[in-house]
Each structure stands twice: as structure tokens, then as C-alpha cells.
Design a protein around this ligand. Sequence first.
Ligand SMILES: Cc1cc2nc3c(=O)[nH]c(=O)nc-3n(C[C@H](O)[C@H](O)[C@H](O)COP(=O)(O)O)c2cc1C
Length: 232
Amino acid sequence: MNITIFYPNKRKTKSVTFGIAHLVIDKLRCGDELYEFYLPQDMPHMCVGCYACFGGHPEKCGGYEYIKKIIDAMEKSKLIIFCSPSYVYHTPGQIKTLLDHFGYRWIVHSPDLSFMKKQALIVTSAAGGGMKSTVKDIKDSMNYWGVGRTHYIKQGVWGYDWNNMPEHFMRRIYKKVDRTVIKIKKSSDNVTPSIRVKTIFYIYRLFHKGRKMAEVDDNYWYKKGYVTGKPW
Ligand SMILES: Cc1cc2nc3c(=O)[nH]c(=O)nc-3n(C[C@H](O)[C@H](O)[C@H](O)COP(=O)(O)O)c2cc1C
């Protein structure tokens, strides 16, 4: 399957999140495309709150040239992977900056609900603490983008790097990778959204259908035909 992956920096051989993500990729890719984005270089623009995207004109955003490439890659992918170590208990700022640019694509606003047919994987690691909140930082966006299924792999490292990881840590990692790959493969032919994603969709479909939200978003939902039927 084609995969889009985001890295928060250029650490490779030492990076635990990079190492785990590539164990997953090796089992899933089978010669398909891998679209790689290194942050912050591939999304250096910070959201400045111009609200162009929320107003229906994402192309007027100062970061659009970067966003466009990322959207194109994700559209061609069935799996979106985030390598996200825990930085001060949360996702690194460069990943948050990327997610901020996709706020206008939340189900509340103007989503692309073809993403309900995609899956996401969050790979996180921390010296000791902060992985739960780090996963949540990204999972909130995946759910509100409408991504059908979001998986995660968490690994505490207690000061180790990928290239000096003890054997018993590696054994645990291999098990987590295998379990996750099975789950991803099981859904990949016909991804149906999780209960959480369906619930968010139904709530906001009701609001948009009744034209209770921002006019630009309600019009978008009607134009896309999302106010009737199910996009999965
Ligand atoms: C700026 C910064 C902040 C960090 N904050 C935390 C933290 O809050 N909790 C923690 O357990 N580890 C923290 N760490 C350690 C990393 O999460 C940990 O080393 C992780 O395994 C790095 O992932 P990587 O090898 O994929 O780069 C921090 C590291 C950096 C560079």
C-alpha cells in the first residue's frame, strides 16, 4: 500500500520512532510508494491565524505550497504515519504546526471524507512519560479529519536509542509491530470508520444539514453531498 510518513526531524539510525515505523513499513509496503515529509523543512510555515482556509480559500495560506504537496501525497496513500516522540509531554511543535494547517479540514468545517477509507498510525516514544498525551494530540486530528482507523504504537526507552536498544525491549517492539500490522492489514481492503469517527460525523452532519454551522462550511457539505448518505 502507498504510505505517507511524517518525521519530526532528520534523526534516523538513533531514532526509536523512525526505527519502529520502518519495521511496520517493511511489512506493508510491498514496493508501493512511500511519501516522506521531514519537518519542519517540509512544512516550515506557522499558522498565523489569517483564517483564509476557514473562509473557503486554503490556497491563500502562506504555507499552501507545502500543504498542497502533503495533501497530494495523503490522497494517494492508504496509510498515514506520524513519527512523534514525546517532547515535554506532547507532540513536537513541528507536528503541531502541520496539524494546525489542517484545522479547516476538520469534520466541523470542510473535511475530505474520502479519508474515512484511510488509516493512520501514530508511533510515539518517550524516555519515560508523556506518550498518552502525545498520542492524543495527533489522534484528535485524525478523528476530526475523519480518518477511518487510527492505530498507535507506544514505546518507553529509558535513555536508550534505537541503535543500542536492549534485546528484551526489541522483543516487545516486534510484538507490538506484528499486532499493529495485522490490524492494519485486516481493515485495509474495506476500511470502515471507528465508532468515534462515525459519531463525530453523524453529529456534524445533523448541524450542517440544518445549516447551523458557518455558512461556508454548510454550503461545502451540501456541495459535496455529505448531508445525505454515508461516505464509507
Ligand atoms: C525537547 C525534548 C523534550 C522531551 N520531552 C520528554 C518528555 O516530556 N518525556 C519523556 O519521557 N521524554 C522526553 N524526551 C525524550 C524523548 O521523548 C525520547 O528520547 C524519545 O525516545 C525520542 O524519540 P526518537 O528517538 O524517535 O527521536 C524529550 C526529548 C526532547 C529532545
